[in-house]
Design a protein around this ligand. Sequence first.
Ligand code: DMJ
Length: 509
Amino acid sequence: MLISTLRLVSGLSLATVALAAPQRCVPKQEHSAARAAAVKEAFEFAWEGYYKYAFPHDELRPVTNGFTNSRNGWGASAADALSTALVMEIPEIVNQIVDYIPTVDFTKTDDQVSLFETTIRYLGGMISGYDLLKGPLAGLVPDNKNIESLLAQSKNLADQMKFAFDTPSGVPANNLNLAAQTTDGGDTNGIATIGTLVLEWTRLSDLTGDDEYAKLSQKGESHLLAPKPEKNVPFPGLVGTNVNLTTGEFVDARGGWGGGDDSFYEYLIKMYIYDPSRFETYKDRWILAADSTIKHLTSHPEPRPELTFVANYDGTTLQQNSGHLTCFDGGNFLLGGSVLKRKDYIDFGLSLVDGCRATYTATKTQIGPEGFSWDASKVPTNQIDFFKKNGFYITSPDYVLRPEVIESYYYAYRMTGDQKYQEWAWDAFVAINATTRVGSGFSSISDVNAEGGGQKTDFQESFLFAEVLKYAYLIHAEDNVWQVDGKGKNAFVFNTEAHPFQIYKGASK
Ligand code: DMJ
């Protein structure tokens, strides 16, 4: 075991890996500390590569040591790395980032701005940095001006984007031209990109004392909380995907917990955790959606009936397919279950965690695919044996450094204390490190079920820093105020990009 782990974890120091390998004589705490240190090393390695070859651009191309600007060129990887560098307590990296943030000009970009992506990565990263540095990590940044700038820049950025809400219904448009203060002219927006703003924009209001941001985001959300027309709510609490910007009405009845819908449901319970007094209705809507999901969307593959997945729907017709993005669902059910003291949600969440793990352990790389299905009527001939053995087949074989499976392991460990989830997270980290680590960082790969992951497609998403390495680290790290609390008494709540926000403490923020 020691030798195979050494081979897999390329680039880690022998001492680190020797400690990290499971050994019966090593006490649990020491063992976890060594694993946390190994993940921290991976974060430092990726940051060094990004800082040398790509900073202050958005992403590193780790194979060719180049860069990309897929998020408007404001340094998305730096913004996304900040809260992870903070919880790992690496002052050098934290200060490199907070020295840089005040220099960003959020009015300047040649490209269309996504309200959703900009909110969860940039606003989320800066607000979380502010919360952590004003709270438990005060002292890590000597220059208070830089800390204040995190909030000032958040406000600057939101001020640039707030015209998005200026529609007849108040449902925001997502695709923005900042210079012209115009949208792409589209007449609909999706529930994830409407419903995953409210935590960041409400927190911004609570921190600045200016309630405009909260009001705008909550007005947009109000149409999702009271969905119309009835025919586009195929199951109680489970809604369609696209909403008309003029009327605020749903224009379709297809959906689920996958990309495009996912974080709308995620934020319903997270808003309640953020402030139970203001967001009780959000919790009620989450319960409706959760109950309907268990009742109507639970699905078991024919060849492996012990596995549980959440199906998508087109109206009331179920589609037996899912993807890596959906695998946050186990963690979200666990979070809801812990806060609401509902064992049925905890049990269902754990069954979803098991299902998503099966997508990892089935492949040659031990990493799960972007898309998969268990629809027995559509199995490709070259995957019949794979389907019979594993209960699903692969519909999109790539892996773009997504976090959701490790994210759900993290919640499962925090809620149950069962060390098997730490083992599973470690296995996933080892596999990701062995297959995607290349050149100056970590690369997206073309095929999780090919030796070596197929092609290295030379793109390192900023959420590697924000999410993958944060969850992989926190599951082994010591308890702390920003960790999710297994008993539902949280001091922080994570936004969908894994940036921890301090929960609302009343008028004192
Ligand atoms: C991240 O940007 C967020 O987790 C978002 O909610 C979904 N997509 C990516 C990670 O896969």
